[in-house]
Design a protein around this ligand. Structure first.
Ligand code: ARG
Ligand code: ZN
Length: 857
């Protein structure tokens, strides 16, 4: 059944207090709950209370101390009749965490117990109004075997503890009312890195990062990131931490990145553990970003939570924006912006133009887990970033202050957020609200002409139709622009234009000839731009634009324009030669530009992804795009051979450190190799093998191995073996070993992936391992779109096999197949066949069923 946003009704009962007692065991955990409930004066009267359950049975149900006479089951929910104004409900359940392969609710991971409750996992532990608008103060008693669970943790503060023979117990109290999805417990044999932070008002907070023995020396970066996050949120948003204790726990079996449970964040090990030997620079940045993200949720998510799950972007979009701004402030702002836009375009744009397109505030769903999407997270962040751009930083801060003041302690809506920003920042967002309700990436056209001493800019917008939304209205689109004089290289100053109608015309006086248009600077709006611009002008912007993002964009446009033309087949030989020459000229200038930092140089040298190029075409032929893209890489590797070799050798001399200069050196080092590999495989093999051997850090080592996995020489085998032997037993690094092979350019990648699925280290029970092999493969166009259809069949098989084990993870593999409408007919039919085959399976989870049926359309 579909759940609809418009059907929201407040819950008829309040649950001011919840007491839970857990008798912990890996195979059997007994849960006793005691809920005080009272009628909610702000809701309609109801003679009953609905307590959600999922796969659990009550061994005892009591109301006000007596066995409950009148309770019924509605599906898996428990319905109790309650005659009075206030009651006490006591329920017992018994669960088997070791059998919980879905990793939702209470589950076992490497001998420890932990929970994941967002969105609807709490109902797999005990019967409860498992919805985010029911806030309760939790007191929890945990007991279990001392030897097996030396550490017992829950939300809030530990208020009491004791021993009882071989068992021990601890009682935890969280003073802040919270919905059940923020509940967490952890029990196991863990060690902590401990530190402290003093808040702006002098609160002394104990900080712990808990890991398994042996992982402690990889937690320093996580701890430093946490302290930086706490400081940054005070300085930037005025937000202070509100408990005396903050715990982070790393677990290796986890469906997603991390979870912001009050005072007890649970993390995928991938976003906690990092040292230079085993983690890349990208991994370091991801740890910092996710630590920040979960910490920032304490205000944007926990102190103010969501009224219902349709409001998910209220906490996720805003918190992603907050973590992006944090990372921008810690490192290079333009480089971070480019990385974030790359994710948006690589993942969210395809989602927004496909069968699963939905607004950042969806209108309906069957399974909410399917809506933890790039649209809700990343486009959600872009939408709030546009408000910030239109308001300016200072006014935006007044808006967020208003939001935090007004709604602290509440379960709020996106509408509450928008109204707070309107009032606090002094913006009128009436029309802007369309960004919350309309799906689809707006297409903006920009034409610049010259007329009588004036530059004339004609803008147009069109929001494409998406499933269930055939007709769209124009939205306010904030576009930062600048006009450049080609001769002087100077611009007229940046301006912010708001395009809020279908078409608009802007005239700029004082131009005696046509200037060059730089538009959507800093990626001020999440739209696609079709600008009428020639290659010379793009070359000019790629070399001279003073906005780093716009410069990157010109470079990308230059390459994308060429690849789109060549992959659609309408390009003569002369055209190809001259376009390639222009691209090589631009790249060569980037290599030579002494004013650029290497981190930025690395961005400017990167080719647009295959999926981004495919996205520009109505119907993409993945084989064709891949061939054209590889052949362009080879052409560049040939014509810039000497420059690339020199670049590689220059940066190879930079000693290891974590500063921006050394990180930049490592970035361009591997980029240079990827071009050379396409042009001169033997030379690249030698260089990559040498880089691998000389590496004193994972970034260089992984980069070299990445290049080698795509080549056919003997060093591929040598270094893969060396890598495996070197890191055997380190799960996160072995994940890289799987992922590198699954994403490789090697001609036999399909066979490699099949063989890896039978490797003794492969298992469907660990989501990181599944993703490292199969997500990497599904994102590798050269493998996934192999013309035999073998890639589609492998992902189809995986979905069917994984669905009964871990449906949330299985459903995440449907979107790659769901792209079929935008792929050439032969492949499209084979992709569609796989969707039909999955749909015909009669025991699909709700997660996979929803994704498959929407993808078939
Ligand atoms: N709230 C978590 C975060 O973004 C993610 C929870 C994901 N839950 C899910 N059912 N997929 O920080
Ligand atoms: Zn989040």
């Amino acid at each position: 059944p579909e759940i609809r946003r418009e059907d929201y009704r407040p819950f008829p009962w309040l649950v001011p207090e919840t007491r839970l007692e857990f008798e912990l065991g890996l195979e059997s955990t007994r849960v006793r709950s005691k809920l005080t409930v009272a009628r909610n004066a702000k809701a309609d009267h109801s003679p009953t209370i609905r307590l959600n359950g999922d796969g659990i049975e009550a061994t005892s149900v009591m109301v006000d101390g007596e066995p409950a006479q009148a309770f019924t089951m509605d599906g898996s929910d428990l319905i109790l009749t309650l005659p009075g104004e206030a009651h006490e409900i006591a329920i017992e359940t018994e669960i088997d965490p070791s059998a919980n392969s879905q990793l939702m609710g209470l589950f076992a991971s490497n001998g420890m117990l932990c929970t994941q409750c967002e969105s609807e996992g709490f109902r797999r532990i005990t019967f409860f109004p498992d919805r985010p608008d029911v806030l309760s103060v939790f007191t929890v008693r945990l007991s279990g075997a001392k030897a097996q669970f030396p550490i017992l943790m829950c939300n809030g503060n530990r208020v009491d503890e004791g021993e009882d023979g071989d068992d021990h117990w601890a009682e935890w109290h969280d003073p802040w009312p919270k919905p059940s999805y923020l509940f967490a417990l952890v029990a196991g044999d863990l060690l902590a890195r401990t530190d402290s932070f003093t808040t702006m008002n002098g609160r002394e907070v104990e900080l712990n990062v808990w890991v398994r023995e042996g992982d402690l020396d990889r937690t320093e970066h996580a701890m430093e990131s946490l302290k930086r996050s706490m400081k940054w949120d005070e300085e930037t948003f005025g937000r202070e931490y509100d408990l005396d204790l903050f715990n982070i726990v790393a677990v290796s079996d986890f469906n997603m990145g991390a979870m912001e449970n009050k005072g007890l964040n649970v993390f995928n090990t991938k976003y906690v553990l990092a040292d230079p030997e085993t983690a890349t620079d990208g991994d370091f940045d991801a740890v910092e970003g996710v630590i920040g993200h979960e910490y920032f949720h304490n205000w944007s998510g926990n102190r103010i939570t969501c009224r219902d799950w349709f409001q998910l972007s209220l906490k996720e979009g805003f918190t992603v924006l907050r973590d992006q701004l944090f990372s921008q402030d810690m490192h290079s702002e333009p480089v971070k912006r480019i990385e974030d836009v790359r994710v948006l375009r690589g993942v969210q744009f395809p989602e927004d133009s496909g069968p699963l397109a939905h607004p950042i505030r969806p209108d309906s769903y069957r399974e909410i887990s399917n809506f933890y999407t790039s649209t809700v997270y990343n486009k959600g962040a872009e939408v709030i970033r546009m408000m910030r751009t239109m308001a300016g930083e200072e006014a935006f801060r007044k808006g967020t202050d208003t939001y935090f003041d007004r709604h602290d302690g509440e379960a709020a809506t996106c509408e509450d957020f928008i109204t707070s920003i309107e009032d606090g920042a002094g913006l009128d967002l009436k029309q802007f609200r369309l960004w919350y309700s309309q799906a689809g990436t707006p297409k903006v056209t920009a034409d610049l002409s010259h007329d009588n001493g004036e530059a004339v800019l004609r803008l147009g917008q069109q929001v494409p139709s998406t499933p269930g939304q055939p007709n769209k209205k124009p939205m306010p689109i904030p576009l930062k622009i600048a006009l450049f004089d080609r001769e002087t290289g100077k611009n007229s100053g940046e301006q912010l234009l708001i395009l809020d109608s279908d078409t608009a015309e802007h005239r700029f006086a004082g131009f005696d000839k046509k200037p060059v248009l730089s538009i959507n600077r800093g990626f001020s709006a999440p739209v696609t731009i079709q600008r009428d611009i020639d290659r010379d002008e793009l070359l000019f912007l790629a070399a001279k634009d003073d906005d780093p993002f716009a410069r990157y964009e010109a470079m990308q446009d230059l390459i994308t324009g060429h690849l789109v033309a060549s992959a659609s087949g309408d390009l003569g030989d002369d055209e190809r030669v001259s376009a390639r020459a222009d691209i090589a000229t631009a790249l060569s200038a980037v290599i030579a530009d002494g004013s650029l930092e290497d981190l930025m140089r690395g961005e400017l040298l990167l080719m647009p992804s295959q999926s981004y190029i495919g996205e520009q075409l109505e119907l993409a032929d993945p084989g064709r795009i891949h061939a054209e893209r590889e052949s362009l890489k080879a052409a560049i590797g040939t014509s810039l051979h000497d420059e690339l070799v020199q670049l590689h050798s220059r940066v190879s001399d930079v000693p290891f450190s974590m500063d921006a200069q050394a990180k930049g050196a490592r970035k361009v080092k591997t980029v240079a190799l990827t071009y050379l590999a396409a042009a001169s495989p033997e030379l690249a093999e030698t260089m990559a093998a040498a880089q691998y051997d000389a590496a004193d850090n994972m970034t260089d080592r992984q980069g070299a191995l990445m290049v080698l996995t795509g080549l056919e020489g003997v060093e591929r085998t040598n270094k893969l073996l060396d890598f495996y032997n070197r890191y055997e037993g380190n799960a996160l690094v072995i994940d890289k070993w799987f992922a590198l092979q699954a994403s490789s350019l090697h001609p036999n990648v399909v066979e490699h992936v099949k063989a890896l699925a039978d490797h003794p280290d492969f298992t469907l029970r660990n989501p990181n391992r599944v993703r490292s092999l199969y997500m990497a493969f599904a994102a590798n166009p050269h493998g996934f779109h192999i013309e035999t259809g073998e890639g589609y069949r492998m992902i189809g098989d995986l979905i069917l096999e994984l669905d009964p084990i871990n449906s949330q993870t299985a459903a995440r593999f449907v979107p790659p197949l769901g792209r079929w409408r935008r792929i050439e007919a032969g492949r499209a039919a084979m992709m569609r066949d796989q969707l039909d085959r999955i749909a015909a399976f009669d025991k699909l989870s709700r997660d996979t069923y929803e994704q498959v049926s929407r993808s078939i359309g």
